[in-house]
Design a protein around this ligand. Structure first.
Ligand code: GLN
Length: 530
């Protein structure tokens, strides 16, 4: 078992996650078994309670863990299903250590950051390696070298090398391009590597982030100051699309360099993304899809949707231009909806922006615009139908109006018995039973699908008969037939919504079925062909 740890320097937001994912992609397609771990040095136990405005999307895994969005990138680039253990936080580590201390497992010794916290970190990382059976585990350390929060993690990684673990270090830095001649400045890289060395870590690789390509001069200079051989310095230029990065890195010989360092031989990289890349770089047609949500100032809050659309582009060569529409203002400005080829209402929590989303569904339904609703976008489709087709006054979800006369979305009776709100969330992969002759049945081409969930409220069973009679059809349900999972409109070919989040399982060569459906229907609307 071997490890590659990726640290960051100079500033945050350099795309460490994309670099880690790209490396993982290159290694897995060279025939190695790969796993990846994200270390988030914050104190929160997990990302579940974190505000998407600050941290971007909360990603959900099969096992129901709520994790950092980088895990989504790993899954997409490696094409693997990860578990909650692949996301370490300071909160998780301290919780384990304190629990052990309470049980007396430290036999009365003083419990300290070194060695107790660091041992816990090392044990966790080795555990992931063992359990996954991976040949190589990539470890991405959040934050930048020198942050107080990340110190114990870097210390643990330093110790692992000392303990005899096979571990390579890659450091991501920024090379600013200054002045009219865009001179490439290596000083920030030098400083950042020296910060890393001062805690005992000598990088084996440097990933230099810059707009263009690293000049030979800059490469030589970085090598001289950091002791990293020139072959270990990889130029990571700005790319239009993250899926283009693995190939850019591969062409610089990163794989050969790593294989030599790791003593691996006889491996051959197989490029599975050739056609996918061609389709995203040279699309043949395009559609405009509006995403109606309240977190649109930070589009990372909807990253898995963005990625799912790129996967569709990669399969069909249809470019998807995303229009971000703020559901908060929507009541005032419906004109934003008027020149779209398709509308997506994604998930969300809390009442703010909900009325705008309901307006968006209404617009899509009344103007025959292709519609996809996901989670809250499913629930708002139900509420809209109840209000405007069934005429149920003030129909709502009890999440937004606990005393509504028409609670079309509500907690099920068994959920009401659980007093702890957090405990009632339905998280992770659950089977969805599909009706054969429905749109959904045809999209999935089978009788059952497994999709990831993250929600609390359900369609109220008391209203289902009325919906069905009026033309809203539930074509996917849970195995018990109690929870509604997919809805369609009987008189519409281009309207679908799901209670689950198919965006979480969308992969480059296997796009989310419903996102693909929306794009194809949107293309039909434009009159365009593939
Ligand atoms: N707020 C809704 C619920 O809890 C929808 C959740 C979501 O969109 N992820 O059921």
């Amino acid at each position: 078992m071997q490890f590659i740890a990726i640290t960051g320097g100079v500033i945050s937001g350099l795309g460490k996650g994309t670099i880690t994912s790209s490396l993982s992609h290159l290694l897995v397609n060279s025939g190695l078994k790969i796993s990846a771990v994200k270390i988030d040095p914050y104190l929160n136990f997990d990302a579940g309670t974190m505000n998407p405005y600050q941290h971007g999307e909360v990603f959900v895994l099969d096992d129901g863990s709520e994790v950092d969005l980088d895990l989504g990138n790993y899954e997409r680039f490696i094409d693997v299903n990860l578990t909650g253990n692949n996301n370490i936080t300071t909160g998780k580590i301290y919780k384990n250590v304190i629990e052990k201390e309470r049980k007396g497992e430290y036999l009365g010794s003083t419990v300290q950051i070194i060695p107790h916290i660091t041992n816990e970190i090392k044990q966790w990382l080795r555990g992931v390696s063992k359990k996954s059976g991976a040949d190589v585990v990539l470890i991405e350390v959040g934050g930048t070298a020198g942050d107080i929060e990340s110190m114990p993690f870097l210390e643990a990684l330093r110790e692992m090398k000392r303990d005899g673990d096979h571990i390579l270090f890659g450091h991501v830095t920024l090379v600013p391009e200054i002045g009219p001649s865009l001179e490439q400045k290596t000083k920030p890289t030098q400083h950042s590597v020296s910060a890393l060395r001062s805690i005992g870590i000598q990088p084996d690789m440097i990933f230099a982030r810059l707009k263009g390509n690293l000049s030979l001069d800059a490469r030589k200079k970085i090598s001289l100051f950091t002791d990293v051989p020139e072959e270990g310095i990889i130029s990571v230029s700005d790319v239009k699309n993250p899926y283009l990065l693995p190939e850019i890195m591969r062409q610089q010989g990163v794989l050969d360099y790593i294989f030599t360092k790791m003593n691996l031989s006889g491996l051959q990289f197989k490029d599975k993304w050739e056609e996918f890349r061609r389709n995203i770089t040279h699309p043949k047609s395009s559609v405009r899809i509006g995403i109606v949500g309240k977190y649109i100032d930070l589009t990372d809050a909807y990253i898995s949707h963005r990625e799912a659309f790129i996967h569709v582009t990669g399969k069909h060569g249809i470019e998807v231009d995303l229009e971000w529409i703020n559901s908060d203002n929507l009541k005032m400005d419906k004109s934003q909806l008027s020149n779209l080829d398709g509308i997506l209402v994604p998930g969300g929590f809390g009442y703010r922006g909900v009325e705008g989303k309901i307006e968006a569904v209404r617009y899509a339904r009344e103007h025959n615009v292709p519609y996809l609703g996901i989670c809250l976008g499913f629930q708002t489709a139900v509420i809209e139908f109840a209000r405007n087709v069934l005429g149920l006054e003030n129909a709502n979800s009890t999440e937004f109006d606990p005393s509504t006369k028409n609670p079309v979305i509500a907690l099920l009776p068994e959920q009401l018995e659980v007093t702890n709100l957090g405990g009632t969330m339905r998280l992770g992969s659950y089977p969805v039973v599909l009706e054969k002759n429905s749109i959904a049945g045809k999209l999935y081409g089978g009788t059952e699908a497994a999709e990831r969930h993250r929600h609390r409220y359900e369609v109220n069973p008391a209203y289902i008969e009325r919906f069905e009679k009026a033309g809203m059809h539930f074509s996917g349900k849970d195995r018990e037939g109690i929870r509604m999972e997919i809805l369609e409109l009987r008189d519409r070919e281009n309207f679908i919504a799901t209670q689950y989040h198919s965006e979480f399982k969308s992969r480059p060569l296997n796009p989310s079925r419903v996102h693909e459906f929306l794009v194809l229907k949107a293309l039909e609307k434009t009159g365009g062909t593939k």
